[in-house]
Design a protein around this ligand. Structure first.
Ligand code: ACO
Length: 326
């Protein structure tokens, strides 16, 4: 979806994040799981992950991140017309975690959750952008919040070492398109349900004997991730008539350093223009992009005027991109 026809742009006005209090290094994990730091580091680039304690629920972390995003935007709860929360690990089947956040913030408007696994934040940006540009809303929180530690099979060393918990949020404000060009330039969403069995959670609501654990065919996911994400980058740039060199920062979903590097190489993007937080955060699914964004804005790498390309792929399969002028 391109934004050219509308005079309204969805401006990314503020970003916030929350990471759990407890950090677990690869060496610490190796005390209880048959793994080691070298294997995890070489295959994934991950060195540690943050793991939520019982009070750090999906809603709690989302609310903390949302408060920071609102502050950064100079906004308050009264400016929030919609809360769109991407998660595969909601605290409850319903109400939507977005509405727990709404209550905690004292916001009005409406809210709902999006289930698109690791692509959820991109899906959320796309939906919010459409509502903002058509005038349905003036301000939206888009949040990714995940507690994957609660759906991991801690006996499966092939998956449990890969993920972490956390939340990230952005506040989007509808603004008239200006010469600065700020705002979301385009979003593109894709899905292929026929690949649902290469990455999924078994068990479901109504199956109390199977609370649900993540199951993954790692090599298959790897293969599709590199291909689809490279295509997504090309698609976003082509839709906006921009060359690779126009991108100031690629902010990819932080699944795995080898996937990120493979995409960077394919696209000829210099490594110094790719934001990487997977080493510290591990894979936080829908939270990974806003967490990476918050990190790179916080340390001064991403600045106003920069062109930022975000892309993600996750269970579903789902994938997509968002191109944003900061
Ligand atoms: N520690 C030590 N050894 C391990 C571990 C571990 N944590 N996990 C698996 N092994 C062993 C296996 O048992 C196997 O041993 P064997 O050869 O004696 O049988 C060996 O390591 C190789 O196992 P593979 O699963 O074949 O390892 P592979 O090279 O495929 O790497 C990995 C696995 C890292 C998961 C890789 O497939 C990958 O990066 N896939 C991408 C998936 C991904 O990132 N998913 C995240 C979710 S999707 C998303 O966000 C995009």
């Amino acid at each position: 979806m391109t934004a050219q026809a509308s005079p309204i742009r969805s401006v990314l006005a503020g970003v916030g994040s929350y990471l759990p209090e407890i950090v677990v290094t690869n060496d610490e994990l190796a005390k209880t799981i048959d793994t080691n730091d070298a294997w995890i580091r070489e295959r994934t680039g991950i060195t540690q992950r943050y793991l939520a304690q019982p009070h750090e629920t999906c809603a709690f972390m989302a609310t903390q991140a949302a408060r920071i995003a609102l502050d950064a935007a100079g906004a308050t709860a009264t400016d929030v017309d919609a809360i769109i929360l991407a998660t595969a690990t909601p605290d409850q089947a319903f109400p939507a975690t977005a509405l727990r956040v709404q209550a905690a913030l004292g916001a009005g408007g409406f809210g709902f959750d999006i289930s698109a696994a690791c692509s959820g934040f991109i899906y959320g940006l796309s939906v919010a952008d459409a509502m903002l540009r058509t005038g349905q809303i003036r301000g939206a929180l888009v949040i990714g919040s995940e507690v994957y530690s609660r759906i991991l099979n801690w006996q499966d060393r092939g998956t449990c070492v890969l993920f972490g918990d956390g939340a990230g949020a952005v506040f989007l404000r509808a603004e008239e398109a200006s010469s600065s060009g700020r705002g979301i330039l385009s979003t593109h969403l894709h899905a292929q349900g026929s690949l649902g069995d290469i990455l999924y959670v078994d068990g479901a609501v109504g199956q109390p004997d199977r609370s649900g654990h993540l199951v993954m065919q790692g090599r298959e996911v790897f293969r599709h991730a590199v291909t689809r994400l490279s295509e997504a980058v090309e698609e976003a740039l082509a839709a906006n008539g921009l060359p690779h060199s126009a991108v100031d920062w690629l902010v990819p979903h932080q699944a795995n350093l080898r996937i990120i590097d493979a995409i960077g190489r394919r696209l000829g993007l210099p490594p110094e223009r790719v934001v990487k937080t997977v080493a510290q955060h591990a894979n936080t699914s829908a939270a990974s992009i806003p967490l990476a964004l918050a990190t790179a804005i916080g340390d001064g790498r991403i600045r106003p005027g920069h062109l930022v390309l975000m892309e993600a792929l996750g269970g579903g399969l789902t994938w997509g991109s968002a191109l944003v002028r900061m």
